[in-house]
Ligand binder design. Structure first.
Ligand SMILES: O=C(O)CC1=CCC(=O)O1
Length: 92
């Protein structure tokens, strides 16, 4: 088990076909909710005032996280920043 803090900044081009946009966002939601149900996508929070989220993933490896992130339907329209996490020595 490895935890990763992930920031996703979404920037969908304004001229993207409306139907493609709607379909891509719907597929993104279904994909993320499936991973949340499975316990892999542990947290997803909106950053106030931005089309961005902060997420926490619980995966086996960086390779697994890479596969998950690159399969996101919105991946072509995102900047993604990943921070690997380890347990803080003062954590209870
Ligand atoms: O809206 C976002 O922050 C992008 C996104 C990731 C998972 C999801 O459902 O939307």
């Amino acid at each position: 088990m490895a935890l990763f803090h992930v920031r996703m900044d979404v920037d969908i081009p304004r001229d993207l076909d409306e139907q493609v946009r709607t379909d891509t966002v719907a597929r993104e939601k279904a994909y993320s909710q499936q991973l949340q149900r499975e316990g892999t996508w542990v947290h997803i929070w909106r950053i106030v005032g931005q089309y961005s989220n902060i997420s926490v993933f619980d995966v086996e490896s960086a390779d697994e996280l890479h596969k998950i992130l690159t399969a996101l339907p919105l991946f072509p329209y995102m900047d993604i920043e990943v921070m690997p996490l380890t347990r803080h020595p003062s954590a209870l």
